[in-house]
Design a protein around this ligand. Structure first.
Ligand code: NAP
Length: 522
């Protein structure tokens, strides 16, 4: 999403720009994640690009929450529509980047042995593009088929008649489980910690509805720009001004609305006030109890270690009903942990499960993982991943001191991780493009964030984070990933700015208007 728009803006600017992509085609997230059930949980028409009136007129979103194949078609349409493929080099995975301070250039080396030199490098690496695997004994010995959801094959995967195990119940696991439950012979869900999850309430978009959406596009994007999460849903204050019955009535309404309404149009207090959060959590827990036939299974699906909305909320379609099917079994790994994998399946402390296919829905080394996978060496050879070992340090999520001319779109400590991604991506791309144009216009060839300005930004990111109840939860918002050294529970990484999109945009616009305050251009 970000690379495609970024290359368009740089091409429009008339600079000599090339886009390097590690995969053999475009699409990023929507190229890779081909697992069944994969779809937006942002309303499609708030997820698509807003930059071209013609594009908005031409494209018909077929579903309120569009699925992966359609999303990939959309990105290909955009690339072809604006003739962007000519700027793209596929199979060009950047392995290493070294800053040459004398030449004021980055030297890039590719995994395939090639190289490239550039004045500026704009990273569009994606916040959720570095998948992570668990490490259980015997995983290599399993003789069936096994893959991470990110690497779900392009070729159709047989499901019918097969015994399938899914590990992980985040947004991905929840989508894949609900989609395949009634298509496989047996489904074993290996759950370590449950997640809160609420209905997506997807529906198709008719021609007439799409016409209405087209008429409303300006308003839609204005609404997204004005809301903290980059959606049309708007949070409200006033939890304590309503009676408990009034609150429940609102939640009944929001639960049946589509997308993130139950989260993003809820009382804002639920994110800050423990008592308010406990009450809404109890409400959602009751909803789960009402949907799962076996009360013992229902209790296992209700999170006890974090409140509703305090980790990234997965949205679902018939997820809880999947556990009512006779072929679906929930295995609670807190009661019976996985001991090892065997050639035939998975051995827990309780039972051996025979499996034909194992799906790892085990998540990502979020936000900084993609940066760690490129060896980036800045001034004096300093390694970015070393510098960010205990957490990223950036100036407004775009620059990092010691790494001149490295401009990040949807970077760590921007709002990208915390809001409707594409809305923040467009903000980021436009800001970065303006900065490049400004530097070129003024004859500057070196752009670097000032150390002090960066410290101030990190302090602001931490302040915004500390206000929110999620600060104590274990999810990628707080940098938790049990499969990545240094990202374990209790080691908080301040990876995203949670001050909301409007505030973020106001801040970065003010910096630009003030001749790029906090950035040394020379
Ligand atoms: P995730 O939220 O990080 O979930 C990973 C799951 O794997 C967790 O349930 C985790 O359990 C489990 N897990 C990890 N290691 C394990 C191990 N060794 N043994 C057992 N279980 C293990 O990852 P995700 O589901 O891929 O979602 C990541 C993000 O991608 C989402 O939050 C969302 O932003 C994005 N996404 C979006 C959509 C969409 O609808 N647009 C769909 C999918 C994903 P623990 O919690 O116990 O570690």
């Amino acid at each position: 999403m970000s690379g495609i728009y970024q290359i368009k803006r740089l091409a429009d600017l008339g600079v000599d720009a090339v886009l390097f992509e590690g995969e053999d085609d475009l699409g990023g997230t929507w190229y890779r994640n081909r697992y069944p059930g994969c779809r937006f949980d942002s309303e499609s028409y708030t997820y698509g690009y807003s930059f071209s009136k013609e594009l908005l007129e031409e494209w018909h979103w077929k579903e309120r929450f569009s699925s992966q194949p359609e999303n990939l078609r959309y990105l290909n349409y955009v690339a072809d529509r604006f003739d962007l493929r000519r700027h793209m080099r596929f199979g060009a995975r950047v392995e290493r980047m070294d800053w040459d301070d004398a030449a004021r250039r980055w030297n890039l080396r590719f995994a395939n042995g090639g190289s490239h030199s550039a004045r500026f490098v704009v990273t569009s690496l994606g916040p959720l593009s570095a998948p992570t695997m668990p490490s259980y004994e015997g995983m290599d010995e399993f003789e069936g088929e096994a893959f991470h959801t990110f690497f779900w094959p392009k070729e159709p995967v047989a499901l019918q008649g097969r015994r399938v195990g899914v590990i992980g119940t985040g947004a991905t696991g929840i989508q894949v489980i609900a989609e395949i439950a009634d298509k496989v012979a047996e489904l074993k869900v290996f759950q370590r910690r449950p997640n809160w999850s609420t209905p997506l309430n997807n529906s198709t978009i008719s021609e007439a509805e799409m016409d209405e959406i087209r008429d409303r596009y300006e308003e839609i994007f204005a609404n997204c720009a004005a809301s903290p999460g980059g959606f049309e849903h708007v949070p409200r204050w006033g939890f304590w001004d309503r009676t408990a019955d009034e609150r429940r009535a609102l939640w009944d309404e929001l639960y049946s609305q589509s997308g993130f309404a139950i989260l993003a149009a809820n009382f804002a207090e639920i994110f800050f006030d423990e008592v308010a959060n406990r009450e809404v959590s109890e409400y959602i827990a009751d909803r789960i109890r009402g949907r799962v036939d076996d009360p013992a299974v229902a209790e296992k699906l209700i999170p006890l270690d974090h409140g509703f909305g305090l980790q990234r909320l997965p949205l679902e379609t018939d997820y809880f009903e999947a556990y009512n099917l006779p072929n679906v079994e929930l295995i609670d790994l807190r009661e019976t942990p996985i001991e090892r994998f065997t050639p035939a399946g998975i051995q827990t402390s309780g039972t051996h499960y025979d499996l034909d296919l194992i799906v790892y829905a085990t998540g990502f080394d979020a936000i900084t993982g993609a940066y760690d996978r490129v060896q980036i060496h800045g001034v004096d050879g300093t390694s970015l991943s070393e510098q960010w070992r205990d957490g990223p340090s950036t100036y407004i999520g775009v620059l990092s001191h010691g790494f001149p001319n490295l401009l990040m779109v949807a970077g760590p400590q921007s709002v990208s991780g915390s809001t409707n991604f594409p809305r923040a991506i467009e903000t980021g791309v436009e800001w970065v493009t303006d900065l490049v144009a400004y530097a070129l216009d003024h004859g500057y060839s070196r752009i670097e964030a000032d150390a002090e300005a960066e410290q101030d930004w990190v302090a602001e990111v931490i302040r915004a984070h500390e206000r929110m109840l999620f600060r104590r939860s274990k999810g990628w918002f707080t940098g938790y990933n049990s499969n990545v050294a240094g990202h374990e529970e209790g080691r908080v990484r301040y990876q995203a700015y949670f001050g909301g999109a409007p505030r973020y945009r106001a801040k970065i616009d003010a910096i630009a208007a003030d001749d790029y305050r906090g950035i040394t251009l020379e």
